[in-house]
Design a protein. Structure first.
Length: 202
């Protein structure tokens, strides 16, 4: 990774606390909705004067789920906050009471990477449970400024090493598409400014 002006800050927690997220009782569409809610919540905090694009990439073969958007993106401080357990982003109405992006990510898989650009800079962070031998040790989240990782405004949530039991079946993906069309119907139809949320599942 080509990193410019590396900035490292650390937040300590047990890796086992993240691994335990996979045991939560939930459904794939609920967890995917958390990722979509984050994107829409970020877009809502702006002027909503453009169409929001959310792309969900579900790759069972490579055990990876990616959620990309062109919302506001996050600053370094916001990214630091977003990866802390039990800390929700103030003002994000869509996800204020949800389980959150990080809980959803670790429910699906072992590894999480976030890349974000807020128009003023680009930052990235990741934690990979698959690389940790002692899960009782403390997690250190490392946030780095890396302009080469994310050049366009928005955020990429990348979940890798998806648990085998969490791979989405064809029927689950079909259900997800149907639920998304229903749950986010008003956003898909457009706001008062005529701008819409466009969600693609590939």
């Amino acid at each position: 990774m080509n990193v410019e002006n590396s900035k490292k800050r650390f937040m300590l927690m047990a890796y086992s606390a993240l691994q335990a997220k996979k045991n939560a009782s939930s459904k794939p569409y609920l967890m995917i909705s958390e990722l979509i809610d984050n994107s829409i919540g970020s877009w809502q905090e702006g002027k909503q004067d453009y169409d929001l694009y959310i792309v969900l990439e579900i790759n069972n073969k490579e055990r990876r789920i990616v959620c990309r958007d062109n919302a506001l993106g996050m600053s370094e401080e916001e990214l630091l906050d977003s990866v802390q357990l039990h800390k929700d982003k103030v003002g994000n109405k869509m996800n204020m009471f949800g389980v959150g992006m990080k809980n959803a990510a670790f429910w699906f898989g072992e590894d999480l990477t976030i890349m974000t650009n807020n128009g003023h800079g680009s930052w990235t962070t990741s934690v990979k449970l698959s690389k940790i031998e002692d899960l009782s040790s403390k997690v250190s989240w490392e946030v780095e400024e890396a302009s080469s990782n994310k050049t366009s405004r928005g955020t990429d949530i990348i979940i890798e090493n998806v648990y085998k039991e969490r791979k989405l079946t064809t029927s689950e993906i079909e259900d997800l598409i149907s639920i998304v069309q229903t749950k986010y119907r008003l956003f898909l139809e457009g706001n008062n400014n005529g701008h819409k949320v466009k969600i693609s599942i590939i």
